[in-house]
Design a protein around this ligand. Structure first.
Ligand code: GMT
Length: 373
């Protein structure tokens, strides 16, 4: 049946925004009416779709406000979209402020519109550590008619940190398999000055502390592999510090900063191995993107990463903070062609378990359950 679904998410680059946007687009393809209620157009929402409406949250900058009340404006907007379009369900991606604003907006609208809240990671693993925010997170989740987490690890952490009585379903992340698949065109290598014999390690992130790019550089520096290159994709608060570190380590010739990129499938396709050594990672969407593109990964054992990459099957899982083991893992994948081919084939097979069709169906089933149809 056709549902009118309100979607709340962070529209900027980030795993939760990407997932929310891709899910919204797939739901629209299935005939549902999808209403994005966000501060700007989500960055992956780059094509017209007749079933998608975007409602912009305009923040009031009145000079009396030291901090413009974004959350209250968002809640008001949710209320007016509920009333104008008769939403059947609201899907809040990320607990704060979205789950809280969804509850407030519903209250303002005076309806019983069900709320589905999806936890993505840092809303629990980082913000959940803040005693000032914990009551708000718990309130948002208690007001939700269903809660999902993107990994079992995140579910367990939410139960431990926020409330052991919460009922949480695990629905893993997915990727668009039409985009993330091995690509034959490797002409992009030239653009980055890569020759045929270069061995390329790729890291993609938002350059925040939690991603431990310092460890990536340390592991890369210790690698005993001829013609090694490190492709760093993304941007964020640590960009300046990482550029300095690269130069202090004398790695300028071997490290390429590719900046923030939207189309990472092409960059993955010119790489030999992907690395992600985060301290915290609820799922690690990028590890799934790499796997589906045919690129084996070396990941840390943080959070939900071992639910995506199985150690010794599609790549290697190393202990958090263990740069040396990561070095050895990267070396084996780069130097052993047979191992690389096995990991690649296993990864392509495993990626099918995260097929978008199944995961979109799981969300649809949850919507129908809370809507009571
Ligand atoms: O990882 C980030 O820095 C972005 C962050 C977000 O909130 O957008 O990603 C989180 O959500 C993704 C989608 O569910 C997950 O794949 C990431 O693992 C998760 N990040 C962390 O837990 C650090």
């Amino acid at each position: 049946m056709r549902l009118r679904i309100g979607v709340l998410c962070y529209p900027s680059v980030g795993g939760s925004g990407i997932l929310a946007t891709e899910l919204g687009m797939k739901l629209a393809d299935r005939g549902h009416d999808v209403h994005f209620i966000t501060s700007s157009i989500p960055f992956r929402l780059n094509a017209y779709h007749p079933n998608i409406t975007f409602h912009q949250v305009e923040i009031n900058q009145y000079s009396v406000f030291r901090y413009p009340p974004y959350d209250i404006t968002l809640a008001s907007k949710i209320a007016s979209v509920i009333q104008a379009f008769g939403l059947d369900v609201i899907h809040a991606h990320y607990a704060v402020p979205h789950a809280v604003c969804a509850a407030l907006g519903r209250e303002m609208a005076g309806t019983k519109t069900p709320i589905v809240s999806t936890l993505h990671g840092t809303d629990i693993t980082v913000l959940g550590e803040d005693e000032e925010l914990k009551p708000a997170i718990l309130y948002g989740l208690r007001q939700s008619n269903a809660i999902t987490a993107v990994s079992d690890s995140l579910k367990q952490e939410t139960l431990e940190r926020i409330g052991s009585d919460l009922s949480i379903d695990v629905i893993h992340n997915f990727i668009d398999e039409a985009v993330y698949q091995p690509q034959a065109d490797t002409s992009l290598r030239e653009r980055y000055g890569l020759s045929d014999h270069d061995r390329v390690v790729i890291h993609i992130s938002n350059f925040r502390q939690v991603k431990r790019i310092d460890l990536v550089l340390e592991s890369f520096q210790q690698m005993d592999v001829p013609h090694k290159k490190l492709l760093l994709v993304g941007d964020g608060p640590l960009m300046g510090a990482m550029r300095r570190l690269v130069s202090e380590m004398g790695l300028e010739e071997q490290v390429i900063f590719a900046g923030k990129q939207e189309q990472v499938a092409a960059l993955l396709s010119i790489s030999d191995v992907h690395v992600l050594l985060s301290d915290k990672e609820a799922f690690g969407l990028v590890a799934l993107e790499a796997m589906a593109t045919g690129v084996p990964s070396v990941v840390s054992d943080a959070g939900g990463l071992p639910e995506v990459i199985t150690d010794g099957v599609e790549g290697f899982v190393v202990k958090r903070g263990d740069a040396l083991t990561a070095t050895r893992a990267l070396e084996s994948i780069l130097l052993d062609g047979e191992l690389h081919a096995r990991f690649r084939a296993n990864g392509l097979e495993r990626a099918k378990q995260f097929a978008s069709a199944d995961i979109v169906t799981a969300y649809e089933a949850l919507y129908e359950q809370v809507v009571g149809r």
